[in-house]
Design a protein around this ligand. Structure first.
Ligand SMILES: Nc1ncnc2c1ncn2[C@@H]1O[C@H](COP(=O)(O)OP(=O)(O)O)[C@@H](O)[C@H]1O
Ligand SMILES: CC(=O)N[C@@H](CCC(=O)OP(=O)(O)O)C(=O)O
Length: 253
């Protein structure tokens, strides 16, 4: 089975025990599945920008990425989050290799609209041979969501959920799992709202329009919808810390 895992932005928070997300990746690998990981890092990027006094702006869940912001994004995602995650995964016995979508030209992207978003990419090509070569050599790729722009000479910042979805689609993955701090889709953005066990991809537009899913949940649901539309069979949104509590399954039709 081919499994693409997205690890949410809170992956670097210190925990007493191995987070459920890492344990699940270990289990997938031990069971002989082909596993690729895409990570986020939004909160760490925001901290870095705030410390430097650079304004933080989002538009529909996407970070407005000026050249100044991009420098922080690249350093934090590739140099800090990716490195730390690879360290943790190797410590947990997973043969993880870190890269970004720029390495081997894994992700090719065009600039997302509107132009005010700056260096934000929407992935339109995935060089799957980069991932399959690592799989053949026994490694688990751990990928920072940066892409090469269509002119081949600029780096674009991509939302991690969208990058995981593009990877799953191009790899024809069987399963796409988003592990997130929010623990899944809740009935409303309120932290106390109950977990939704199942949502149809056809309901997603209405959920977003009615404000039942906001902020980072918007690109996540859109990424889930795109994956289902393009052949990924199973899409789950679960808790990075506690998988026992159950997950949200996003289903077709
Ligand atoms: N209906 C909802 N259910 C769960 N989370 C929601 C919902 N609507 C908005 N959110 C927000 O979405 C965020 C999760 O998305 P995101 O920040 O991208 O997570 P991650 O980085 O863990 O992938 C949470 O911070 C939560 O406040
Ligand atoms: C364009 C865009 O918004 N890129 C994201 C990339 C990181 C990410 O997606 O992190 P999470 O998974 O933690 O949200 C950002 O700059 O925050």
């Amino acid at each position: 089975m081919r499994v693409v895992v997205k690890l949410g932005g809170s992956v670097l928070q210190p925990t007493d025990s191995e987070p459920a997300g890492i344990q699940e990746i270990s289990r997938f690998v031990q069971e002989g599945h082909e596993v690729a990981v895409v990570h986020g890092g939004g909160p760490a990027i925001t901290n870095s920008l705030t410390e430097a006094g650079v304004p933080v702006t989002f538009y529909q869940g996407q970070r407005v990425t000026t050249p100044d912001v991009l420098r922080h994004v690249v350093r934090v995602l590739r140099g800090e989050v990716n490195m730390e995650l690879v360290l943790r995964m190797n410590h947990a016995g997973i043969a993880a290799v870190g890269l970004s979508g720029v390495d081997g030209q894994l992700f090719r992207a065009s600039r997302m609209h509107p132009p005010e978003l700056g260096n934000v990419g929407v992935i339109d090509y995935v060089a799957t041979n980069v991932v399959t070569a690592l799989w053949r050599a026994g490694f688990v790729p751990v990928i920072a969501p940066l892409a090469l722009g269509s002119d081949g000479n600029e780096i674009l910042n991509c939302n991690g959920d969208g990058a995981a979805s593009a990877l799953a689609r191009w790899l024809k993955a069987d399963v796409l799992v988003f592990y997130t701090e929010s623990g899944g889709l809740r009935e409303s953005p309120e932290p106390s709202a109950g977990l939704v066990r199942r949502i149809s991809e056809l309901e997603i537009g209405q959920w977003i329009a009615h404000g039942r899913a906001t902020q980072g949940m918007v690109p996540k649901l859109q990424a889930a919808q795109d994956a289902l539309k393009q052949g990924v069979k199973t899409v789950l949104i679960g808790s990075y810390y506690d998988f026992e509590q159950g997950a949200t399954e996003v289903v077709k039709g």
